[in-house]
Design a protein around this ligand. Structure first.
Ligand SMILES: Cc1cc2nc3c(=O)[nH]c(=O)nc-3n(C[C@H](O)[C@H](O)[C@H](O)COP(=O)(O)OP(=O)(O)OC[C@H]3O[C@@H](n4cnc5c(N)ncnc54)[C@H](O)[C@@H]3O)c2cc1C
Length: 309
């Protein structure tokens, strides 16, 4: 919506919003997660195509996606943030291989995606070549808001309110310590709900999305984990069962959610990295030292080993 041409917007946005066409994010790589600007997947322009080679990992829903957004390196001689470009990739192009990664929940959410001499039409570039980092930052800021909804599990799981209501329906809990934990959980949920309204109001007032998206995610990920920890504790020994504990309801919510919960503070930016953003961009603390600042990506420490191989 922000960086595409009119043709790109007309073609892609509506089917994306209606979910007629599922998309995935081809960002992370084995050596580029928190340090996303270290992406090594190469896109080399040849005539009216880019030739893409490399590997992505943790790509949620790549196996279901019709398109992916790809961050790839178009200029390895520029500093690492300045040589990246942002593309739209039809996931059925020849040379793309998708292999599943099964999580400890037993579900298959994410994948590895390998690119071997994939011919990507040049018109699939979004924005300008080598300016992809700006687009990636916009994507990540928006993702942080989407992931930081009130319900646990990035919005699609139960909320603190759901758990408290369930406990009420079951006649409450006699243990005062557990009651205190539930009250605290409920308060966290309310703070997040009100924070969310404030962010919506800011957007409606036309304010751009800033580093506050990191604050929100830093608060809501541990909150999601608290919901499942308390649900497990309420379940007692039956909480050890993989399917339906005494909390009943949808097993996806409780047993599966408990196993998924560690992922919350990793995906979309880890808690540690979010705290760096809050420290540097909101609190004005000194920036983390960057030994690679100003050096060409090919000259940075982490690529030297890879090139030697
Ligand atoms: C459920 C789930 C879905 C995902 N879906 C996608 C997807 O669709 N597309 C995609 O591209 N990626 C996806 N990811 C990947 C995700 O973005 C990365 O896992 C995440 O950015 C962390 O990168 P990493 O795993 O390489 O960990 P690393 O970056 O290697 O981090 C390892 C540890 O070091 C810490 N650390 C790293 N750097 C710093 C620092 N500067 N200061 C302090 N601590 C630091 C981290 O906090 C972490 O604890 C998904 C991840 C999960 C869990």
């Amino acid at each position: 919506m922000k960086h595409g041409t009119d043709e790109q917007k007309n073609r892609y946005i509506m089917p994306m919003l209606s979910a007629d066409e599922i998309w995935c994010q081809l960002l992370s790589e084995p050596e580029a997660g928190s340090d996303l600007a270290n992406v090594a997947t190469r896109a080399i322009k040849e005539g009216d195509h880019y030739i893409v080679n490399g590997q992505k990992i943790w790509t949620s829903l790549a196996h279901a996606a019709k398109f992916g957004i790809l961050l790839a390196r178009t200029n390895p001689d520029a500093p690492k943030h300045a040589g990246l470009s942002y593309f739209i990739v039809p996931m059925d192009l020849p040379g793309i291989e998708i292999t599943p990664i099964v999580e400890m929940t037993g579900m298959h959410l994410f994948n590895q995606v390998f690119f071997t001499d994939v011919r990507l039409p040049a018109e699939n570039l979004i924005g300008e070549e080598n300016r992809g980092w700006e687009l990636a930052k916009d994507t990540l800021a928006n993702e942080r808001v989407t992931l930081a909804r009130e319900g646990a599990q990035w919005g699609w799981g139960p909320s603190a309110r759901d758990l408290v209501n369930l406990v009420r329906e079951r006649g409450g809990v006699p243990d005062p310590v557990m009651r205190q934990r539930l009250a605290q959980l409920y308060s966290e949920g309310e703070i997040l709900r009100i924070h969310s309204l404030r962010m919506v109001a800011d957007r409606l007032a036309g304010k751009p999305l800033g580093p506050e998206s990191s604050t929100r995610k830093a608060l809501s990920d541990p909150h999601g984990q608290h919901i499942f920890q308390i649900a497990r504790d309420l379940s007692g020994s039956a909480g050890l069962l993989a399917d339906v504990g005494p909390l009943g309801a949808d097993p996806m919510w409780w047993a599966n959610g408990f196993l998924f919960a560690p992922a919350l503070t990793i995906g979309g930016g880890t808690s540690e990295v979010l705290r760096n953003v809050i420290g540097e961009r909101i609190l004005g603390l000194p920036r983390e030292p960057d030994p690679d600042a100003g050096r060409a990506w090919t000259e940075t420490r982490r690529t030297k080993g890879a090139q030697a191989k």
